[in-house]
Ligand binder design. Structure first.
Ligand code: AMP
Length: 112
């Protein structure tokens, strides 16, 4: 069964898309946890970072570079946080790899 992110990638379900290229899509999170909350989603189905393989190296690097690029275009010059949740203890709810980019407020440490 395909995940919500596969349905967004295929266009079956609408999303607020802020960037798209051959490898990934960036959308606004439907339940934002900060004034700016973006999700960088690879078009390739990789369930989670723990399932990525050697061959995914360039995709993974691309996701981080795009995360920094969209943070800049969202004017998050005073800082932002990048998060990847892996598995149930990690807080993962959608089993399709995605990088959260959160900004526009002071982040706390340790995260909850
Ligand atoms: P995670 O908990 O790390 O798996 O993150 C999944 C994220 O996807 C959550 O922050 C959700 O709010 C977000 N999300 C779920 N469905 C949608 C959707 N249809 N459009 C945008 N974001 C979504």
């Amino acid at each position: 069964m395909s995940t919500i992110f596969e349905k967004i990638i295929s266009g079956e379900i609408p999303a607020d898309i802020v960037h798209q290229d051959e490898l990934c899509l960036v959308i606004r999170d439907i339940d934002p946890q900060a004034p700016c909350h973006l999700l960088v989603i690879p078009k390739k189905v990789i369930p989670r970072i723990g399932n990525a393989v050697e061959n995914d190296q360039s995709i993974l690097g691309h996701l981080l570079l795009i995360a920094a690029k969209v943070a800049e275009s969202e004017n998050l010059s005073s800082g932002y946080r990048i998060v990847i949740n892996n598995g149930s203890d990690g807080g993962e709810t959608v089993p399709h790899l995605h990088v959260h980019v959160l900004g526009g407020r002071q982040m706390k440490w340790p995260p909850g």
